[in-house]
Design a protein around this ligand. Structure first.
Ligand SMILES: CC(=O)SCCNC(=O)CCNC(=O)[C@H](O)C(C)(C)COP(=O)(O)OP(=O)(O)OC[C@H]1O[C@@H](n2cnc3c(N)ncnc32)[C@H](O)[C@@H]1OP(=O)(O)O
Ligand SMILES: O=C([O-])CC(=O)C(=O)O
Length: 372
């Protein structure tokens, strides 16, 4: 048996959803740079689920379906009011809420492709309301119902604050959602596929994926980046802080990647948005600190920033609570998880690798009264 630690380089499935080849990321063959500049998040959802861009009527229909399914069942809202919500991490709340949604979906365990597609729409549609309702209830505020006349990105910001967001904020959120939507066989997507490959249901697959995204080596890194920026505090402190961490062989969050070698193509879009938004909010130091961290880490370790690094200062500039950064990642990535879940069902085989056993050799059972 050959063990490949962390399954590095192991090709575990075929997929027609997204690809990373020579550090170029494509969704269904469209370069991420092209999509980030030109596509809306709703178009990207359609692309991932149907493997082609929608026509105008198809996009209008998807938007209508997302809008019609955006509100949360009252039971989920009541659930948020039942526990000490201010002590709960929103990713844990999101994980539980998705699982709970499965209890109120009478088709949860129906396996026909059309039923699974309809569940994908319902789940994608409700993710913003889960995150924003949680965010408001924990502050003692009433949840805000989704509006049917706003885009997916605008609705998210509207439900969070109750104010109609301006065009700059909506464009930034929309682009962030496009950039995070899918990423080949990352840890959370693989988790979702392993789960549903047992022929478990869509809600189980997404719940499992949220659990995997939560960790700081994956989606949780964006919140950790903001924590680091706050800890550093000033531009003067960047150099001693970062060099000190590197000397102690500690990781700098938001840097490094299992697949990219010369850099994550999404980072430049987030860097540009971070620069623009931090200037507009009169807090350019968040960007300036980030840029300085990048120059030290890339200089010392040759590790470029990943998608989580500049998204932190960008979301901060939109006035978003720092522990909501990873849930926002999930609001976008659920589109990719759902595409992969449907693809897995389409051509399923149980995913079950092997482990090389390293424990003791064959032993004889000793009755408990004879053990020393
Ligand atoms: C959406 C996403 O999931 S993007 C990734 C988000 N995660 C982060 O930003 C957390 C910080 N980054 C990391 O922990 C890693 O780079 C990962 C998890 C992304 C990739 O991990 P792996 O491919 O397993 O790389 P691994 O952790 O083995 O690192 C290889 C070497 O680079 C170093 N390294 C990797 N990332 C970093 C980092 N962020 N800071 C400092 N050193 C690092 C490791 O210490 C190791 O050094 P060594 O060979 O001297 O021991
Ligand atoms: O692909 C990965 O390993 C992590 C990542 O960048 C993502 O999920 O967006």
């Amino acid at each position: 048996m050959t063990v490949t630690r962390g399954l590095e380089g192991v090709v575990a499935t075929t997929s027609s959803i997204s690809s990373i080849i020579d550090d170029t990321l494509t969704y269904v063959g469209y370069d991420i740079d092209d999509l980030a500049e030109n596509a809306s998040f709703e178009e990207v959802i359609y692309l991932l689920w149907h493997r082609r861009l929608p026509t105008e009527p198809e996009l209008a229909e998807l938007k209508k379906q997302l809008s019609e399914n955006a509100a949360l069942p009252q039971q989920v809202i009541e659930h948020f009011k039942m526990y000490p919500i201010e002590k709960v991490h929103p990713m844990a709340a999101l994980r539980s809420a998705v699982s709970l949604l499965g209890l109120y979906d009478e088709d949860a365990d129906t396996m026909e492709p059309e039923s699974n597609y309809q569940k994908a729409i319902r789940l994608q549609a409700k993710m913003p309301a889960i995150v924003t309702t949680f965010a408001r209830v924990r502050k003692g505020l009433e949840p805000i119902a989704p509006r049917t006349d706003l885009s997916f990105a605008a609705n998210f910001l509207y439900m969070l604050t109750g104010n109609e967001p301006d065009e700059i904020a909506v464009n930034a959120m929309d682009k962030a959602l496009v950039l995070h939507a899918d990423h080949e066989l990352n840890a959370s997507t693989f988790t979702a596929r392993v789960c549903v490959a047992t022929l478990s249901d869509v809600y189980s697959g997404v719940t499992a994926a949220i659990g995997a995204l939560k960790g700081p080596l994956h989606g949780g890194a964006n919140e950790a980046v903001m924590k680091m920026l706050k800890e550093i505090g000033t531009i003067e402190n960047v150099e001693p802080y970062v060099r000190g961490k590197l000397e102690k062989k500690e990781k700098i969050m938001g840097f490094g990647h299992r697949v990219y070698r010369s850099g994550d193509p999404r980072a430049k879009h987030l860097r540009a948005m971070s620069k623009k938004l931090t200037e507009l909010t009169g807090e350019p130091h968040w960007y300036e600190m980030s840029e300085k961290i990048e120059s030290i880490v890339t200089g010392e370790k040759k590790l470029p920033p990943n998608v989580d690094f500049y998204s932190a200062s960008m979301y901060h500039s939109l006035g978003i609570d720092h522990d909501l950064f990873t849930p926002i990642f999930a609001v976008s990535r659920v589109s990719g998880w759902l595409a992969h879940i449907l693809e897995q069902y389409d051509n399923n085989r149980l995913i079950r690798p092997r482990a090389e056993y390293t424990g003791p050799g064959m032993q004889t059972y000793v009755p408990i009264n004879q053990r020393g």
